[in-house]
Write a protein that binds this ligand. Sequence first.
Ligand code: HEC
Length: 263
Amino acid sequence: MHEVHGTDRPPVRQPARPSRSRLGRACLLLATASFAVVAGHALTHAQAPAAPAERTVWDGVYTDAQADRATGVFGQRCATCHTLDATGARPLSGAKFWEGYTQLSVVDFIDYVRTAMPNGNGNSLPEATYNDLVALIFRANGLPSGSTELSPAAATNVQIVPKDGPGLLPGGSLVRVVGCLVRNGTEWVVSNVPPLVRVRRGGSDPADVTRPLGDQAYALRFVITRLDRYEGHRVSVNGLLIGDGGSGGINLSGLTSLAPTCP
Ligand code: HEC
């Protein structure tokens, strides 16, 4: 496995929740980081492909008791900065929630709240309390409760998707893209891409080695390192979508070669 990323400076920091306003900053960081090509070790144990996401947040993935339990701690530890409504300062429901988290996995969302909140004091509450707080946020967003308590283990393969379907990922979303690296004139393109995977952190997934490919293509932008040796490879790419759905391409932040041939 070969990876392309900055080595002698801290890696490009991926915003926890990329937004359009951060795109500029991310580009700047990328442009100033010095890049190097690093030979990693070969992937010897390719895991079986992850089971496709079968469930969504509309399938009753938390209990009402959990959401009730979180009400007190929300008032004490979160309400100074957030509202559970769709309006006010830092609302945790409505358009902002959906734009920020559509198509992210519930596991990633719980992980974000646990490690980042209360702001600057991540991991300061018991783990179960974080699960309960996410249940409360889900309820505030009109998601149905069910009979199983929410936890990272119970939420494996549960995706956050709006009721009317996934739609286009908002511009600025951090994604992981698997596909074939091809050259199109002076431009690098990842072709044969299956549906984009929204992620919270960079990095590749061993399951991408065998993941079925698709028919989308995305141009890579802000490529400041030579990719010639990866031409024709099966690659995993991290970057921020430029434009909704990546209509303007992908602002490249990292590339991993998964196999020397593709598809
Ligand atoms: C001191 C203020 C503060 C407190 C207290 C706080 N947050 Fe936050 N929260 C923020 C800020 C600022 C952001 C945006 C961080 C970013 O974008 O990097 C944020 C972001 C979030 C987000 C992502 C949605 C968004 O608006 O970006 C969630 C979910 C969240 N907080 C949940 C919580 C929960 C649950 C608690 C209580 C345990 C909590 N926060 C306590 C300031 C706070």
